[in-house]
Design a binder for this molecule. Structure first.
Ligand code: PEP
Length: 251
């Protein structure tokens, strides 16, 4: 794992109400000292980012956003929220290129890279998601798809995180085998190394897709896995804390 500090991020998607932010306080209490050894992040819906950041300003839980505008400057963009606004609201990270954005909203690698660049400009760390669909996996195209998404979506400079999220594993019950996860993580690091050289060794690569309290420890033990991006199992402090405490760095 080298010098890479683990990052375990929760993506609440379009779930929750203001009252559910209490889960974040409960999470902080349950993980205790593990919160200083692992970067723990919750990305609530945009409407709650500021109050979540305010409520958790004393740490250790970091707050992030789920998407941002590709526009850095304030502009006439009804409904858009800029990375600078999220930074101002107390966010530290932003998820970009999630498969739900790529598939439902038709986001391309070019747009994802613009969003990641806008995030960096605003002082946020983008978590850039990549991953193949079931059809692409069945056609033996995992390496081609994932490496091309990485090349096309990551920003040219600044600190970022990559999340490998096989689309078919999100929101379901199956995950790739541990060997498959290791293989794709190695491929992503090689792809990053081709562009960034030795700096690629310091870049964190997360696994995401049906991580839960039962499978988290074995996934965290896979070579090259620097943490996880978690959907459903991040909504309740009881589940998410069990995942975090299953990381070897939490011991
Ligand atoms: C996600 O949406 O990023 C995700 C990994 O979801 P889940 O953990 O629910 O599969």
């Amino acid at each position: 794992m080298g010098s890479r500090k683990p990052l375990i991020a929760g993506n609440w998607k379009m779930h929750g109400r203001a009252a559910d932010l209490a889960e974040i306080g409960a999470l902080a209490e349950t993980i205790g000292a593990a919160g200083s050894k692992i970067d723990v992040l919750i990305c609530p819906p945009a409407a709650f980012v500021q109050s979540a950041a305010w409520q958790n300003r004393a740490g250790p839980i970091l707050i992030g956003a789920q998407d941002c505008s590709p526009n850095a400057a304030d502009a006439a963009r009804t409904g858009e929220i800029s990375a600078a606004m999220f930074a101002d609201a107390g966010a530290r990270y932003v998820i970009v290129g999630h498969s739900e954005r790529r598939q439902i909203h038709g986001e391309t690698d070019v747009l994802v890279r613009q969003k990641a660049g806008a995030a960096i400009e605003a002082g946020l760390t983008p978590i850039v998601c990549v991953g193949e669909t079931q059809a692409e996996r069945s056609a033996g195209r995992v390496a081609e798809i994932v490496s091309s998404q990485v090349r096309g979506s990551v920003p040219g400079q600044g600190a970022f995180v990559v999340a490998y999220e096989p689309v078919w594993a999100i929101g379901g019950s199956s995950t790739p085998t541990l060997a498959e996860i290791a293989e794709v993580h190695a491929l992503i690091r090689e792809t990053l190394a081709a562009q960034f050289g030795g700096q690629a060794n310091d870049m964190r690569i997360l696994y995401g897709g049906s991580v839960n309290p039962k499978n988290a420890s074995e996934i965290f033990a896979v070579d090259g896995v620097d943490g996880a991006l978690v959907g459903r199992a991040s909504l309740k402090a009881a589940d998410f804390s069990a995942i975090i405490l299953g990381h070897p760095a939490a011991a």
